[in-house]
Design a protein around this ligand. Structure first.
Ligand SMILES: NC(=O)c1ccc[n+]([C@@H]2O[C@H](COP(=O)([O-])OP(=O)(O)OC[C@H]3O[C@@H](n4cnc5c(N)ncnc54)[C@H](OP(=O)(O)O)[C@@H]3O)[C@@H](O)[C@H]2O)c1
Ligand SMILES: [Zn+2]
Ligand SMILES: [Zn+2]
Length: 344
C-alpha cells in the first residue's frame, strides 16, 4: 500500500492534513501527482453533511502529471499532463456503459471520493491530496494550451453542464438560460455561448451582470424581481438550473418556452413539481450527472478549441477551509482551485 498526504474532513467545518492510503497500482492504473483540484459545491455539501465515522477526503476535478504507470497502461507515460473528474470506474458491461454513458452505470459509477472501489471494496478518497491512483480509462490527457489550474473545474463543473447542453441539442438559434452564476453556471454560459446559443443568466441580483456579459451572456434575468421574470416568460428553449439548495422551480419553469426543457442539475434530491407548470406549454423537466468517457473527452477538446477554462482563484491547499467557507457565502468568482504543491 502506498500513501500520500491529503485533507480529511474533521466534523463538518474543518479539514485536517493527514496521511491517507493509496492502492498499489493495478495493471491498468496510473498514479497521478495532483497539482490542482477545484472546489465544487458538492464538496461543500459533503463536508457539511459529514458523519464523524466516514473517512472523507473531498475533491473530484483535478489536473496533474502522471508519475507511474501499471504494466498494461498504453495511453499514458510518466510525465504526461492528465485530468480526472468525478467518476473513476464503472462496470463496463451494462447497457449504459456499452452506450458510452458510464456516468449512468447500472451498478452506479464509482465516484472519485465517497465511492466504493469495485475490486477491494474500500472507500475512495478524493483529489484534495497530493497523489491519486486511477484506471487509465478514467483519466484524460490534458489538451495542450489549457492552463492546468483553470482547466481542473472542467472535469466536474464543465462536464456537468456539457452533458445537458449537448443532449438538448444546444446550438445557434437556441435560447439558453443559466440559473445560478457560480462554478457550474459560469462554465455553462461560456460553453453554451461557444456552441452558438443566445445565453441569458438568471441570478438573484443584478450584481454580476457585467461579469455575465463578459462570460458570453446577452442579459440577466433577476429572479427576485417580478418585472424582470415576467418580461422573460416562456422565453428559453433550455434552462440549466444550477441552484445548490432546494427551491421552488415553478418560477424557473415559467421562463421555459413551449416544448422547452428545464434541466435540474443543481439540487439533487426531492423536489415538488406543479404539473400545470409543465402542462401549460408542454414543458419538460430533466436532470443529469457528469458525462460518459467519450463525452468528457469531447468536452475537453471543445474547450481547448474555444479557449474555455474556468475563472479561478487559486489558493494553497492549506486554505481549503477558507475556500469552503467563502464558497458557502457565494464569495467566489467563479471557482476556487487548490494548489496541492504545499503538501510536499
Ligand atoms: N448534477 C451533477 O452531477 C452535479 C455536479 C456538480 C455539482 N452539482 C451541484 O450543483 C450545484 C451547484 O454547484 P456549484 O459548484 O456551481 O455551486 P456554486 O459555485 O456555489 O454556484 C451556485 C450558484 O447558485 C446561486 N445560488 C446559491 N445559493 C442560492 C440560493 N440559496 N438560492 C438561489 N440561488 C442560489 C448563486 O448564483 P447567483 O448569485 O447568480 O444567484 C451561486 O453562484 C450544487 O448543489 C452541486 O452539488 C451537481
Ligand atoms: Zn463537482
Ligand atoms: Zn455499467
Amino acid at each position: 500500500m502506498r500513501s500520500t498526504t491529503g485533507w480529511q474532513a474533521e466534523g463538518t467545518t474543518k479539514l485536517r492534513e493527514v496521511q491517507i492510503p493509496r492502492r498499489d497500482l493495478r495493471r491498468d492504473d496510473i498514479a497521478v501527482r495532483v497539482d490542482h483540484c477545484g472546489v465544487c459545491h458538492t464538496d461543500l455539501h459533503a463536508v457539511r453533511g459529514h458523519k464523524g465515522d466516514d473517512l472523507l477526503v473531498p475533491g473530484h476535478e483535478f489536473t496533474g502529471v502522471v508519475i507511474e504507470t501499471g504494466p498494461d497502461v498504453t495511453a499514458f507515460r510518466a510525465g504526461d499532463p492528465v485530468a480526472v473528474g468525478n467518476i473513476v470506474d464503472s462496470c463496463g458491461v451494462c447497457s449504459m456503459c456499452v452506450a458510452g454513458q458510464e456516468n449512468y452505470c447500472r451498478e452506479f459509477p464509482v465516484l472519485t471520493y465517497g465511492g466504493t472501489d469495485r475490486h477491494d471494496g474500500t472507500t475512495t478518497l478524493g483529489g484534495f491530496s497530493r497523489e491519486y491512483v486511477v484506471r487509465e480509462k478514467f483519466a484524460y490527457p490534458l489538451p495542450p494550451g489549457l492552463d492546468p489550474a483553470a482547466a481542473a473545474p472542467l472535469m466536474c463543473a464543465g462536464i456537468t453542464v456539457w452533458e445537458p447542453l449537448r443532449a438538448l441539442g444546444v446550438g445557434p438559434g437556441m435560447r439558453v438560460a443559466v440559473a445560478g452564476l457560480g462554478g457550474l453556471g459560469h462554465l455553462a454560459v461560456k460553453i453554451a455561448a461557444a456552441m452558438g446559443a443566445e445565453v441569458s443568466v438568471v441570478s438573484r441580483s443584478a450584481d454580476r451582470a457585467s461579469d455575465a456579459m463578459r462570460l458570453g451572456a446577452r442579459d440577466v434575468v433577476v429572479s427576485t424581481d417580478p418585472d424582470s421574470t415576467a418580461a422573460s416568460r416562456d422565453r428559453f428553449d433550455v434552462l440549466i438550473d444550477t441552484i445548490p439548495v432546494p427551491h421552488d422551480i415553478s418560477p424557473y419553469l415559467s421562463l421555459v418556452a413551449m416544448d422547452g426543457t428545464l434541466s435540474q442539475v443543481g439540487h439533487l434530491g426531492t423536489m415538488t413539481v406543479e404539473t400545470m407548470d409543465l402542462l401549460l406549454g408542454r414543458k419538460k423537466l430533466t436532470s443529469s450527472g457528469s458525462g460518459g468517457l467519450a463525452a468528457t473527452a469531447e468536452m475537453l477538446e471543445f474547450c481547448a478549441a474555444h479557449g474555455i477554462t474556468a475563472d479561478v482563484e487559486v489558493l494553497p491547499s492549506a486554505r481549503v477551509t477558507e475556500a469552503l467557507d467563502r464558497l458557502e457565502r457565494g464569495d467566489v468568482r467563479y471557482r476556487f482551485v487548490l494548489d496541492l504543491s504545499d503538501l510536499d
